[in-house]
Design a protein around this ligand. Structure first.
Ligand code: GLN
Length: 438
């Protein structure tokens, strides 16, 4: 075992941030030389067990690298392991892990969640005492949410900006890969490496990749900032609202022009719309894990139905809940009332953002309505309360907009608070520019 692997194992023993650790990660030459990269479990890494946090994929070692992995290897990255997550990305606190897997703990306070679903990624980004960047994934907020709970930066690009080839699908129309890091320089560097067209992903955008590092130093004088006023009100922890207000003040001090913006449709229907679409897509994606071509193969005895039932029983409760709801909302007879309607609301949400971006360059709100919750508090949440935690993050994800969570200080208990910044499609540079001023 090499020294880096020993360090990672030591951290992991205390915090359960990894599902798989490479015993001898080595780095090559290139822009990521000497930088350790952790990879969320749902991103395929050749010959490394890749389970998307689910027991149903036990023993699955991909025979290929995801496009993002190919790209970081070319730049000399040392891949240290696969980070813990809610199974298939289903959750906001990384407590919905696969059967037999461990729940990651927040390095800031071990009695609290790292957030989810990219909990392990955010945890190791905070805990690593060596140069490190995480590759994470977001469907509805899984990069920025955990980043905010752990006090690191989380960056989610425009949908299609980074190839999804080799990412295990949660919801194909929503999934994005993006980095987490301690500094904006590392975020910009990683985005320069992983962004760009890939003919292996039919939703990949054929657009040039800008020099994100250069954007870091651009002034924000005259930049128009829209404050999502309603996201500071009811249901939002007062200390979180105060810290984010301090962050906004910093932007104003540097010449940004503030105005209030309201997104009534997104605020009212975003969570419902997101969960209908995400679950509908997830339920079709999970159909393939039947133990025939994909998924763990149980001993074959009894009838086909018994075999199928035993295999599908490996899914955890949250995965089963989503298969049932997702199948229901797209069933003949219900499809028009739920799934089709949700897709129409999604278009209205996109229009609402597009209108807002005629008036402002970025939108600002808290990332999560509260700081990292204790595991004992999460146990008391109903599934509905669990889903409501994503109220600020589902909007930009439904609209495919780039967004970032930046730490803006700690509350009185020393727990980190994150501020969410959203920009228009392909305006990642604006987020680099603003992020670096915080
Ligand atoms: N919390 C959201 C969900 O459970 C988002 C997860 C994600 O972005 N992967 O669907």
């Amino acid at each position: 075992m090499n020294k880096r692997a020993e360090q990672v194992k030591k951290i992991n023993k205390e915090l359960n941030l990894f599902n798989e650790i490479d015993d001898a990660p080595t780095s090559g030459s290139g822009k990521l030389k000497d930088i350790a990269v952790s990879v969320k479990d749902c991103i395929c890494v050749k010959d490394m067990e890749s389970r998307a946090g689910s027991a149903i994929l036990e023993g699955y070692k991909p025979v290929f690298d995801a496009t993002v992995i190919e790209k970081i290897r070319k730049e000399g990255a040392a891949i240290i392991g696969k980070t813990a997550q809610d199974a298939f990305g289903f959750g906001s606190f990384s407590v919905n892990v696969g059967k037999g897997m461990h729940i990651p703990k927040n390095p800031v306070d071990k009695t609290r969640s790292c957030g989810g679903s990219s909990g392990g990624a955010a945890g190791i980004t905070k805990a690593a005492d060596f140069p490190h960047i995480a590759l994470a994934e977001s469907t509805g907020g899984s990069i920025v949410g955990p980043a905010s709970f752990c006090g690191v930066i989380g960056f989610c690009p425009t949908y299609g900006r980074v190839s999804r080839y080799g990412l295990m699908d949660y919801a194909n129309s929503l999934d994005k890969i993006g980095p987490m890091a301690k500094t904006m320089e590392e975020i910009a560097l990683m985005m320069e490496i992983i962004a760009g067209y890939d003919d292996k992903d039919s939703t990949s955008l054929d657009e040039p990749v800008p020099d994100y590092t250069k954007a870091l130093n651009k002034s924000i004088k005259g930049l128009r900032v829209g404050i999502l006023k309603n996201s500071f009100g009811q249901g939002v922890d007062i200390q979180v609202a105060e810290k984010v207000a301090d962050g906004i003040q910093k932007l104003e001090d540097q010449g940004a022009l503030l105005q209030d913006i309201k997104l009534p449709i997104t605020e009212k229907y975003g969570v419902a719309c997101y969960y209908l679409i995400a679950m509908a897509e997830a339920s079709t994606n999970l159909a393939k894990y039947s133990g025939l071509r994909y998924g763990k193969q149980e001993k074959i005895d009894g009838t086909f139905n018994e075999y199928f039932k035993n295999t599908r029983a490996i899914f955890n409760d949250e995965s089963k809940r989503r298969i049932i709801i997702g199948t229901f909302v797209r069933m003949a007879g219900f499809r028009d009332a739920y799934y089709i309607k949700a897709t129409k609301v999604r278009t209205k949400i996109i229009d609402e953002y597009k209108k807002a971006f005629k008036k402002v360059d970025v939108l600002v709100s808290p990332t999560m309505p509260f700081v990292a919750p204790k595991f004992s508090e999460i146990k008391k949440l109903t599934p509905m309360q669990h889903y409501m935690a994503d109220i600020m993050t589902v909007g930009p994800n439904l609209a495919g907009l780039p967004h970032i969570s930046i730490p803006v200080g700690n509350n009185k208990e020393n727990l980190p608070v994150g501020m969410l910044l959203i920009a228009d499609h392909l305006k990642e540079e604006t987020l680099m520019q603003v992020g670096n001023k915080l």
